[in-house]
Design a protein around this ligand. Structure first.
Ligand SMILES: NC(=O)c1ccc[n+]([C@@H]2O[C@H](COP(=O)([O-])OP(=O)(O)OC[C@H]3O[C@@H](n4cnc5c(N)ncnc54)[C@H](OP(=O)(O)O)[C@@H]3O)[C@@H](O)[C@H]2O)c1
Length: 284
C-alpha cells in the first residue's frame, strides 16, 4: 500500500488531490478541521482514505493524529507528504495586526515544518523506510511580491526557502522535495478573501483597495481548474527524479519576466502603473 498524507482536504486543491490520488490507487491520510467533515469524508472514502481532524497549528493535535495512524505508517511507511493546508491574509503590511501576521506564518510556514518533521522518519529519514516525496503547495506569490498581499507573499517565499533547505538536507536519505507554484486556481480561497479588504477603506490604502473584490473575481474566473494541480501531483509521484519546482501559470514567460528577469526598479514602475491604471489588487 502506498500512503499519501495530505493536509487540508476539506476543499480546493487538497480535496481534489484526495479524490484523484484515491482513484489512482493510493491510500490517503487526509486532514480537515471539522469533525463532521472528517466523518462524511470517512464514509465517502471508507476503504481508500482515513480522514483525521487536525488544526495544523496545534502541535498536540498533530501528534495525536499521527499516533492514530502510527501502526499504518509503521507497516507501510509514507510514500508522500503533501503540505497543502494554507490561508491568505490580505491587507497592507502597515495595517495587519501582529496576530494576523503570526497566523499567516503559523499556517503557511511553521506548521509545514512541524508536520514534516513529525512525519520524516516514515518518509525515509529512518532508513527502515523507503525514501518518499514531499510536495509543498507554494504559490507564484513565493516568487513575486505583490503589494497588499504581503503576509501571504512572505509566507510563500519562506516556504520556497524551506523547500530548498529540506531538499538539500534530505538528499542523504534520497527523499525528493518539490514545490508546486500555482498561479490562480479556482478554489474556495478566493471567496474566503472576498470583502476582506473593505476594513482598510478608511486607511490611505482605501482608494487602491476599492477594486479588490473585482480583482479577486477576475483572478478566480481566469484560474485553472484544481484538476491541473492534482494531475501534476500524480505525475510528480510517478517520477523518480521530479523537478525541484513546478510553476503553473497561464502566462509563464510574462510571469518569469516580472518575477525573475526584469530589474526590481522596472518592476516597481510597472506595479505603480498597474495600480494607477485600476488593476489594483491581485491576491494569491
Ligand atoms: N487557489 C489558488 O489560486 C492558489 C494559488 C496558489 C497557491 N495556492 C495554495 O494552495 C493551497 C490550498 O489552497 P486552496 O486554493 O485549495 O484553498 P482552500 O480551498 O481554501 O483550501 C485550503 C485548505 O487548507 C485548510 N486549512 C486552512 N487553515 C488550516 C489550519 N489552521 N489547519 C488545518 N487546515 C487548514 C482549509 O481547511 P478549512 O476548510 O477548515 O479552512 C482547507 O482545507 C494553499 O496552500 C494555498 O496557499 C492556492
Amino acid at each position: 500500500m502506498q500512503i499519501v498524507f495530505i493536509t487540508g482536504v476539506s476543499t480546493g486543491i487538497g480535496r481534489d488531490a484526495l479524490h484523484t490520488l484515491t482513484q489512482k490507487g493510493f491510500f490517503v491520510i487526509g486532514t480537515v478541521r471539522k469533525q463532521d467533515e472528517a466523518d462524511s469524508l470517512n464514509s465517502l472514502y471508507a476503504s481508500s482514505a482515513r480522514i483525521l481532524k487536525m488544526d495544523v497549528r496545534n502541535q498536540e493535535e498533530v501528534l495525536e493524529c499521527v499516533d492514530s495512524v502510527r501502526s499504518l505508517l509503521n507497516e507501510y511507511g509514507l510514500y508522500a507528504l503533501i503540505n497543502n493546508a494554507g490561508i491568505a491574509v490580505p491587507g497592507p503590511l502597515q495595517y495587519l495586526t501582529d496576530e494576523e501576521f503570526a497566523d499567516q506564518m503559523d499556517v503557511n510556514v511553521f506548521s509545514v515544518r512541524r508536520i514534516t518533521n513529525i512525519l520524516l522518519p516514515w518518509l525515509g529519514a529512518d532508513k527502515a523506510f523507503k525514501p518518499g516525496y514531499i510536495i509543498n503547495i507554494s504559490s507564484v506569490s513565493g516568487l513575486f511580491n505583490a503589494p497588499y498581499n504581503g503576509a501571504y507573499c512572505i509566507s510563500k517565499h519562506a516556504l520556497e526557502s524551506m523547500t530548498d533547505v529540506y531538499r538539500r538536507e534530505l538528499i542523504q536519505f534520497g527523499i525528493r522535495v518539490t514545490a508546486i507554484e500555482p498561479g490562480p486556481i479556482k478554489t474556495a480561497i478566493w471567496q474566503k478573501n472576498k470583502g476582506a479588504l473593505s476594513r482598510f477603506s478608511d486607511t490611505p490604502y482605501g482608494p487602491i483597495l476599492a477594486a479588490a473584490d473585482t480583482m479577486i473575481e477576475h483572478s478566480e474566473k481566469s484560474g485553472y481548474d484544481v484538476s491541473v494541480i492534482s494531475s501534476l501531483i500524480f505525475r510528480i509521484l510517478q517520477n523518480p527524479k521530479p523537478k525541484t519546482r513546478y510553476l503553473v501559470h497561464r502566462k509563464k514567460i510574462m510571469f518569469n519576466l516580472l518575477a525573475k528577469w526584469l530589474p526590481d526598479t522596472i518592476v516597481d514602475k510597472l506595479v505603480a502603473r498597474s495600480l494607477a491604471g485600476g488593476k489594483k489588487y491581485r491576491p494569491v
